[in-house]
Write a protein that binds this ligand. Structure first.
Ligand code: NCD
Ligand code: ZN
Ligand code: ZN
Ligand code: ZN
Length: 390
């Protein structure tokens, strides 16, 4: 098969360190099948499926099911993330070693959608992770500072009557865990960085030799708490949309490398869980099929990253952080390639109902966005082409 690629950009297939695929438990909102399709259409060749499923992915049976199901679907490598604790807000460490050595070969353990607030538990997880050569991905929220929180703490939330979610909830736990990781000589990955202060903490920690990496979501690069004025829960997300000044500093930190990569935090939700009043609505938004376009808009069109830089933040760094040897790098002659082909000048209009996900909770509904993924190849096989699954 010959793919005509005049004027297009060829990148290593994208790697998403942070995807919620909702299987098992909420197959009414997303399955490994539909989520893999969304990923392939978005240019991804590997995704890390978060552990806050029902039941929680805290044991080898669940992670192996997720891995095998991903291979059966065959559109993208689905790497299960193991839960750090038994159960969502567990007080006991899960058997990290059993999952790391299972068929799924779990490489990332996370507390996402929950929080390891207990420093002793976090320290033990970091110590185990060093021995197993895996990474602990921290959801980065001190839960005792976000009780009842509904939106970024600031003038806007106050005016609209929402309980504030302080920047310090994120910054304090990132600082804590950077120090714990430094002293344990462990690798820490910080999920969905949302404040400029967190970027400062990361810079400080990296300067001191902490093995810390961090991700930012497309929505925190583009959207701000200005969106709150609409009262539309499609904009409700953890952590909350912050200020324009935060978004600006996050874009700069990503360009500089203080934030290593982009991760979607793709979080499908059912209509009845989203299309309700703000306080009752679930947090989270779709991200897999729009990530490249948002990065094009916020990072490429602004001159903050060239396409080489996009390969770094969308493919290379996430593959390195997730310990994937076969992803995110140039290929040798004759080696089956993981690739994403992008038309940088083309534009498209986002329609939630037309996305491959079962859920339709996109905050970009009706927006015209630049950057179109025209083909995705997984180990040399075309998985998506011109917006269609192959
Ligand atoms: C995520 C979810 O829905 O699972 N929601 C979100 O707002 N990001 C959980 C999470 O990433 O914290
Ligand atoms: Zn989270
Ligand atoms: Zn957490
Ligand atoms: Zn998440």
């Amino acid at each position: 098969e010959v793919i005509e690629a005049n004027g297009q950009v060829l990148l290593p297939g994208f790697v998403d360190l942070h995807t919620h695929l909702r299987e098992p438990g909420r197959e009414d909102t997303e399955t490994i099948d539909t989520g893999s399709a969304a990923a392939a259409l978005g240019g991804y060749t590997a995704v890390f499926a978060m552990a806050n499923t029902d039941p929680v992915a805290d044991n080898a049976v669940i992670v192996d099911h997720v891995w095998r199901r991903g291979q059966e679907v065959g559109l993208v490598d689905v790497h299960p993330v193991g839960a750090v604790t038994v159960g969502l807000k567990g007080e006991k460490l899960a058997e990290l070693g059993t999952m790391a050595n299972s068929q799924a070969r779990v490489k990332v353990f996370s507390d996402d959608g929950l929080c390891v607030a207990d420093p002793l538990l976090m320290r033990r997880a970091l110590e185990y992770s060093t021995a197993l050569d895996v990474v602990i991905a921290q959801h980065a929220e001190e839960p005792r500072l976000t009780v009842g929180a509904q939106a970024h703490e600031g003038e806007r939330a106050a005016r609209l009557g929402y309980t504030g979610w302080p920047a310090a909830a994120e910054e304090s736990i990132v600082a804590r865990d950077c120090l714990l990781a430094l002293h344990a000589n462990a690798r820490l990955h910080v999920c969905h960085v949302s404040t400029s202060g967190t970027a400062d903490v990361l810079r400080w920690a990296k300067d001191r030799g902490t093995k810390v990496s961090a991700e930012v979501t497309p929505h925190h690069l583009l959207l701000t708490d200005e969106r709150l004025a609409t009262y539309d829960p499609v904009n409700k997300v953890n952590p909350p949309l912050r200020t324009e000044s935060d978004a600006e500093k996050l874009r700069a930190a990503l360009a500089e490398g203080v934030i290593d990569c982009v991760a979607t935090d793709h979080a499908p939700h059912a209509v009845q869980d989203k299309d309700t009043e703000w306080t009752a609505a679930r947090p989270g938004m779709l991200g897999l099929q729009t990530a490249l376009s948002i990065v094009t808009e916020t990072m490429v069109r602004t001159g903050l990253l060239d396409w080489r830089g996009v390969a770094r933040v969308m493919s290379e760094r996430p593959a390195e952080i997730g310990n994937l040897a076969d992803q995110g790098r140039p290929i040798a002659v004759g080696e089956p390639a993981n690739l994403a082909l992008v038309d940088p000048d083309a534009e498209w209009t986002v329609r939630g109902a037309e996305l491959a996900s079962i859920a339709a909770n996109t905050p970009y509904e009706g927006m015209r966005l630049p950057g179109v993924v025209t083909a995705t190849l997984l180990r040399g096989r075309t998985t998506a082409r011109d917006g269609k699954i192959c």
